[in-house]
Design a protein around this ligand. Structure first.
Ligand code: B1M
Length: 217
């Protein structure tokens, strides 16, 4: 497979997100694909790197919520182009997964990246979206009999709902595998919350879920 890591183009992708350019970002994404750049590299080292800078500008009070929204729109416009081209390695095991961002939290870019990787790996996905009512996860588990539930949170406040959701899920199905992720989490918090796994990024989420369902089989 052709694979280029064109630093100049990655920087342009980064800058287009930071500059809130919803028109230029998808054009650059098409250019990235045309040069043979790996779609996941373009997402992570281009678009998502741009969102990291945006986060820093927000912390430095140079950007405010309206700018964050416009940068997110640019990021999503680029993601639309790149998502269908994301590939993962061997489809060793694919399961059924429920995913969503917990109640009180509307940050869904990271969850969308996680979804993209599971799609590429051939999983059956039940995406509940963002700001998901806590009971909804357990209800959907009952309906779908999924083997994995992936919970995402981007705020230290919203992540505190996770132990409650995990408790509800384990009541429905003690064997269900619960994976958590999002910037404020880490493996230690995940274990304390009673999750079966933690993943720092979208690729690790698929790898961890695949390893856990294989182990449980
Ligand atoms: Co806001 N926001 N935001 N925001 N926002 C943060 C999260 C914040 C850290 C900024 C800051 O203060 N430095 C801060 C939270 C602080 C805290 O924890 N207490 C914050 C705040 C305070 C807020 C508001 C309260 C602001 C306000 O209104 N005054 C408000 C909250 C609204 C709410 O949720 N109720 C708010 C709103 C927004 C926007 C709507 C404007 C926008 C989101 C748009 C959208 O998502 N559609 C936004 C944005 C863009 C951000 C930052 C700048 C960027 C987040 C992002 O998309 N990153 C963020 C600052 C930052 O992160 N530096 C910030 C890129 C994305 C690719 O990374 O989501 O981390 P991430 O996902 C990664 C991994 O974490 C992981 O994989 C992904 C890819 O590798 N991952 C998983 C994620 N989920 C996973 C699940 C898994 C496994 C891995 O398995 C289950």
């Amino acid at each position: 497979m052709a694979f280029t890591k064109n630093p100049e183009l990655l920087k342009q992708l980064h800058d287009a997100v930071v500059e809130m350019d919803e028109e230029k970002t998808p054009l650059l994404c098409r250019e990235a694909l045309a040069t043979g750049m790996d779609a996941y590299t373009a997402i992570m080292d281009g678009l998502a790197a741009g969102m990291d800078t945006v986060g820093r500008l927000y912390e430095e009070k140079e950007y405010f919520v309206p700018e964050l929204l416009l940068c997110s729109d640019a990021m999503y416009a680029g993601l639309e182009v790149l998502r269908p081209h994301v590939k993962v390695g061997e489809h060793t095991a694919a399961g059924k997964i429920i995913m969503g961002v917990v109640e009180g939290d509307i940050h869904d870019i990271g969850k969308t990246l996680v979804k993209t990787m599971f799609e590429a790996a051939g999983w059956e996905i039940h995406d509940l979206g963002k700001d998901v009512k806590l009971e909804r996860f357990a209800e959907t588990l009952q309906e779908t009999k999924a083997n994995v539930v992936a919970l995402s949170a981007l705020m230290t406040t919203s992540m505190m709902a996770m132990p409650k959701v995990i408790g509800m899920l384990k009541t429905v199905d003690p064997a269900v595998i619960v994976l958590v992720g999002g910037a404020p989490l880490n493996a230690e918090i995940a274990a304390r919350y009673g999750a079966d796994g933690y993943a720092p990024d979208a690729i690790a989420a698929v790898e961890t879920a695949t390893r856990l369902i294989t182990k449980a089989a």
